[in-house]
Design a protein around this ligand. Sequence first.
Ligand SMILES: [Zn+2]
Length: 382
Amino acid sequence: MLYAYDDNGKLSSLYQLSKEHIEQLKKEKTYFCPTCKESLQIRSGRLHTAHFAHFPSSNCERKHLGESEYHESGKWLLYQWLNRQGYDVAMEFFLKGTNQRPDLFFTVGDKRIAIEFQCSSIPPDIIEKRTQSFHDAGIFPLWIIGKNQYRQKGKHQLLHTSFHRSLMYRFHNNFMMYYLDVKAQTIIIADHIQGASTTLCYATPRFYSLKSFTFPQLFTSASYPSFSYLNIWKKSMYHLRTTYHRGVGSEERQWRQYLYLKGKHFTLIPSVCFLPVPSQSIYHMKSYMWQTRFILDHFLDKPIGDVIKNEQKVRCTTINQYQADPIHEYILLLGKLGFVEKVGSGEWVKRKEIQFPTHIDQALEEDKKVMDFLRSETNVLL
Ligand SMILES: [Zn+2]
């Protein structure tokens, strides 16, 4: 491991120390494991970064943890960063109530905060379980993702898998997430996250050097997005209708088959089956797939005046417990477009039929109309 308590009880690290300095410490100091409190040895050589190690006789759980150097140095960076700002930070502090040992733990006023620096992609249900146990204990969980999970594609797109979706926050009407670039010692805040596909999102990343960035700044509101979301949306709509896609995934194939069995073709879905809803970024299914299903299963067969229900409850909760409801957002948009109308609380009735276009030109013209309408409703997206 890269850090340990010295004989004065101070958490110390060998990170970025000179060889000479380390040799000196080897002779002069004794170090102790933060977890089991046993004494440790310093290992340094040509092949490895200098680190602390348990003696062979030790039974400490950390011995078998196999944490990567990247993870450890990231934790150490965050520890120092918070320490410099005057926070009393504990590393791997065992939280009895939760049976967890978050990477970092500290208190701000009456708020208790646990930081997890997550460098490897783990299943969303594990993230959800750990997040819930923190919330149950009244602790705010701050998940910071390793830069190794940050992939930028083009100017505005980021890798966005189920792992990323499970680590999103919602602050200031904005979906966002946090990354740490250990090498550059930089925090990256991905802001204005909007769903693009099942593996990509649109986002506006902001970069901050740890040297001049403070903890409260993590939660300040972002500026405007660096892209026009509607323009990108319009392009992907056009792409879906006009480009032949070979080798699509099984989910897409099933969706096309589903449409086919209903006598429809995927390039001729109505424009309103491809509406940009804010919570798309946290929903696992492509927007046009679930919207088409909603229209065909819950809208099309109903007579005008019938009640349209939102019975499907999709689980889309951010780490800070914001319950997103993409289907409800979708019905709101259908309302703005005049297809449904709200009567009473939570109840909507059908007001207008949705027509399926019969040829591409008609579909593209309808897309343009819907886009122009959404553009006039500037508050729809952000
Ligand atoms: Zn130990």
